[in-house]
Design a protein around this ligand. Structure first.
Ligand SMILES: *Cc1c(COP(=O)(O)O)cnc(C)c1O
Length: 431
């Protein structure tokens, strides 16, 4: 069990969270290495080892640090990066270049150059001009790079509008209009500077139903067929994205097999029908690898009871270390880590310390009797928490600790006040 209650306290991957809060201070992100390994094992069993010629590229935007890249490498994952900064971090972690793929809807020239210099495995092209940009860089450097096209499959998935990415009106992907997509495919096939492998889609995030993946897959398969028939070119790789949902409060997470088995079955049947080898199949799980592996620890400060309205308990972090509730009404649950056994008979709203009324972490949650100085733990904050952290109100970004079977190790130091102003300059005329 990753989460346990012992002696009235919350333990996480064998570590006493109240002690962690004392040792490292709060707010604090804690990641369970055992949980991450467990996800990777599930992936191996139900996908990577079950089907040949498959890869899982961890979508590192969910949680991107040097240590996480080391874990991903050790566990046999590839990675997906979406910016020069993520690529830089991967390079600093010595991540094998051929196992990196590069996504993003507006890759900068410098980012493409950096990717090609490092020799990364694939670039997933997300716009018509991008091919030209890549060709220009490859020509200058006398290199060739593998590319896929990210398509906009035009499916609407059932998730919050801000994390739905596959519908037609989207800033992501190449639209499917005949006069747009086919010339693009032809140009990539004919280019001397790129190797055109196939198609990519990503339909959205936090999904519990496989219908949008399956619908988008049909679009990719149709394009695969058309590519063969029109240009005699065989697609050798299909990337079916990420988006596999996790448990935040009461949702039950679906297995990887639930999403992947029907898609693999369909791809295998399709390939046979078309008379081609089954293309490599790549997935890009982000949230489902690290989401439940992370928790956030806070210290309770001010408690305000507005009689007959609401009781606020304020913690020492907030939308700076977890912007998801403010950004898209994400819902979390948590517990008083030092009163974990106490009956939960007090309804409170957990808010942060930022100067925004929307800085609420959890609305209306039942807890034990909260007092200033308690440690409050919020669950499932591993994905898009640290990676979206910001310095609003000049709050420093918290430290990150990796826990494993009772052992704890710092993997990101707490930002200092000095760190936050190190790039600031007072012009002469203001001195
Ligand atoms: C964000 C993203 C992912 C990962 O999504 P999760 O919901 O975290 O699994 C995968 N692929 C692309 C292209 C993405 O933008």
């Amino acid at each position: 069990m990753i989460k346990e209650i012992k002696n009235n306290r919350l333990f996480f991957d064998g570590c006493d969270t109240v002690e962690l809060a004392k040792k490292y201070g709060t707010p604090l992100y804690v990641f369970s290495e055992s949980d991450i390994i467990g996800r990777c094992d599930e992936l191996k069993e139900s996908f990577l080892n079950k089907y040949e010629n498959t890869r899982a590229a961890y979508a590192s935007k969910a949680f991107c640090t040097l240590a996480m890249y080391k874990i991903a490498e050790r566990e046999g994952l590839c990675i997906d990066v979406v910016s020069g900064g993520e690529l830089y971090t991967a390079i600093k972690a010595n991540f094998p270049p051929e196992r990196i793929e590069f996504n993003g809807n507006n890759k900068l020239l410098e980012e493409i150059e950096m990717a090609i210099d490092y020799g990364i495995g694939r670039i997933i092209i997300d716009g018509l001009k991008e091919l030209e940009l890549i060709e220009k860089v490859c020509k200058e450097k006398n290199k060739k790079v593998n590319v896929l096209y990210r398509i906009t499959p035009g499916v609407k998935s059932d998730s919050h509008d801000y994390i739905v990415t596959g519908k037609k009106d989207s800033k992501f992907g190449i639209p499917l209009e005949e006069d747009v997509i086919y010339p693009a495919i032809e140009a990539a096939i004919q280019s001397e500077h790129v190797e055109f492998l196939g198609f990519h889609f990503h339909v959205g995030s936090q999904l519990f139903d496989n219908h949008s993946h399956l619908a988008a897959l049909e679009t990719s398969l149709k394009l695969t067929k058309d590519t063969k028939e029109r240009y005699g070119h065989i697609v050798t790789e299909l990337n079916i994205g990420g988006g596999f949902g996790i448990s935040y409060t009461t949702e039950e997470r679906k297995t990887y097999a639930y999403f992947l088995d029907p898609m693999m079955k369909r791809i295998e049947a399709f390939s046979k029908e078309l008379g081609i080898d089954r293309p490599a199949v790549v997935i890009e799980p982000g949230r489902s690898i690290v989401g439940e592996a992370g928790i956030s620890l806070y210290t309770v400060g001010s408690i305000k009871e507005i009689k007959g309205v609401r009781k606020y308990i304020a913690v020492d972090g907030g939308m700076t270390d977890n912007i998801r509730p403010a950004l898209y009404q994400a819902v979390y649950t948590g517990i008083l880590a030092n009163k974990a056994d106490q009956p939960k008979d007090d309804k409170v709203t957990v808010c942060g310390k930022c100067c925004e009324s929307g800085d609420i972490l959890i609305r209306d949650i039942m807890v034990g009797s909260a007092e200033s100085g308690d440690v409050f733990a919020i669950f499932s904050t591993g994905a898009y928490g640290y990676s979206m952290a910001n310095n609003y109100n000049k709050n420093p970004i918290p430290a990150v600790v990796l826990a494993c079977k009772g052992h704890d190790e710092l993997i990101v130091k707490r930002q200092s006040y000095e760190d936050m102003i190190q790039n600031e300059i007072i012009p002469k005329f203001l001195k």
